[in-house]
Design a protein around this ligand. Structure first.
Ligand code: AMP
Ligand code: ZN
Length: 454
């Protein structure tokens, strides 16, 4: 797989630095409300990347955090009169429900920022000790960007744009700001009245971590000093990722992320989504209008991740039609399980479609190849190829989902069940193995059994 790297602006081959598994980190959701479909464009593209790697035979380790302590989560939990933990748990759970509906694989590790405050304090102490951070009179701590010569390299920020020697605090003390006011950024925020009960003890007094720090601290804990790839939406390049990179390199040494993966934004009517103009959509909003999460996913992967995507209702209609067409073509075909597909093999007429995906996640190109070769699909390899491409895009087809169980398989499953009832374990194992070699597994439940593709 080759991917465009934001740091070098080149296509780079993706290989695990440890030679074992591809370890990557994605900045997760800020849980103060439902995620919108723009957020999901980024999360779905990260999911497609992971699926592409795994279906290409690579092991992965995917870490995605939950931002549950920052300006916005605190502001809204205080306004709602709820504890930060109780408030953010609701939106984290809603995020998980949406991810599942969109068929996104769960990250192997999903750490919460609020549960990693000691790790963040330790990193600040280290940065202060090494001369990269300083405490101000009010007990806040800032990262000194002039202490890191490479500051601005990722986002190609010119030195003249940097406001050296000043703190963001002098303006707004906000977690978010743009290139025009790049300045020393806050690592630790001293306790303020509007924070309510949300504060921690630290060597600099009571306060809470600044937003940029959490990812650096959790990355060090779960992935170490050097890992394979870091991802997020394009808005995170500056300042968030630039700041993460500075903190981590100054504190830990190491390379930090070897590659950077940023998805361009989803727009509505050519503009940034906004609540006030009625253009901010969540999955629930679209479900109310009768659109399935899979139709939304199809729209989100319908164009290249490096180009902004203009979301329209027409694109949902087109997605419905396209999914219907694929389902019709594949009806009656057995859908192999994801793990089975990860073992690889000949992809028949769809080898080209999978290649498209492996060249900078060309999802649109892969879909084009998928449709272009539908009529030619006939052999077992062709269908394996078809379902490999679908699995890498994370698409589940409405009809093809329920694989028809051939009579021969039904019979083997029945014989196995009977053998089990009469406690003939040897025979039962034999039938189970025979089913396995034919690509099926039996799931035993309280009421009986079910046979599904392995
Ligand atoms: P947040 O919950 O605001 O921290 O954002 C979660 C992820 O969604 C981040 O990777 C953002 O960069 C990304 N994101 C935010 N808005 C959009 C958008 N309109 N299109 C694509 N990705 C977005
Ligand atoms: Zn982050």
């Amino acid at each position: 797989m080759r991917l465009f790297d934001t740091l070098t602006r080149e296509l780079v081959p993706l290989e695990p630095v440890d030679g074992k598994s591809f370890r990557f980190y994605c900045c997760g959701p800020t849980v103060y409300g439902p995620a919108h479909i723009g957020n999901f464009r980024t999360f779905v593209m990260q999911d497609v990347l992971r699926r592409g790697l795994e279906l290409g035979g690579m092991k992965t380790k995917h870490v995605r955090n939950i931002t549950d302590v920052d300006d916005k989560t605190i502001r809204d939990s205080v306004a709602a009169g709820r504890t930060l933990e109780n408030f953010t748990a609701e939106w984290r759970d809603k995020f998980h429900v949406d991810c599942e509906a969109l068929n996104c694989l769960k990250p192997q590790i999903e750490p919460s920022a609020a549960k990693h405050v000691p790790e963040q304090i330790a990193m600040i102490e280290d940065l202060v000790e090494k001369g990269h951070a300083y405490a101000s009179d009010d007990g806040s701590v800032y990262f000194k960007i002039s202490s890191f010569a490479e500051y601005g390299k990722l986002s190609r920020l010119e030195t003249r744009e940097l406001d050296l020697g000043h703190t963001q605090n002098e303006r707004a003390n906000s977690d978010e700001y743009d290139k025009d006011n790049a300045a020393d950024f806050v690592l630790w925020k001293s306790r303020r009245e509007e924070d309510g009960e949300n504060f921690w003890e630290s060597p600099w007094g009571q306060g809470r971590p600044g937003w940029h720090l959490e990812c650096s601290a959790m990355i060090l804990k779960y992935l170490g000093e050097t890992f394979d790839l870091h991802g997020g939406g394009e808005d995170l390049i500056f300042p968030h990722h630039e700041n993460e990179l500075a903190q981590s390199k100054c504190s830990c040494g190491g390379e930090f992320a070897r590659h950077w993966f940023h998805a361009a934004h989803l727009l509505v009517s050519g503009k940034k989504m906004s609540k006030s103009s009625g253009t901010l959509y969540t999955l629930s909003d679209l479900a109310e209008e009768g659109w399935s999460a899979m139709e939304v996913r199809y729209v989100l992967i319908g164009s290249n991740y490096r180009k902004q995507l203009n979301f329209t209702m027409e694109s949902l209609h087109a997605a419905r039609e396209a999914l219907g067409k694929l389902a019709k073509a594949a009806s009656g075909q057995k859908v192999p399980g994801y793990r089975e597909l990860c073992k690889g093999g000949d992809l028949g007429v769809f080898a080209g479609a999978f290649e498209k995906l492996n060249e900078d996640l060309n999802t649109a190109g892969a879909l084009g190849e998928l449709f272009g070769n539908l009529k030619a699909a006939s052999s077992e390899a062709d269908w394996r190829g078809f379902f490999t491409v679908l699995a890498s895009l994370g698409l589940v087809l409405p009809e093809a989902e329920k694989a028809e169980v051939p009579a021969e398989i039904e019979e083997l499953a029945r014989l196995r069940w009977e053998a089990r009832q009469s406690k003939d374990w040897a025979a039962s194992d034999r039938y189970r193995d025979e089913l396995a070699t034919k690509g099926w597994v039996v799931k035993d439940g309280r009421e009986g059994y079910e046979v599904v593709p392995s």
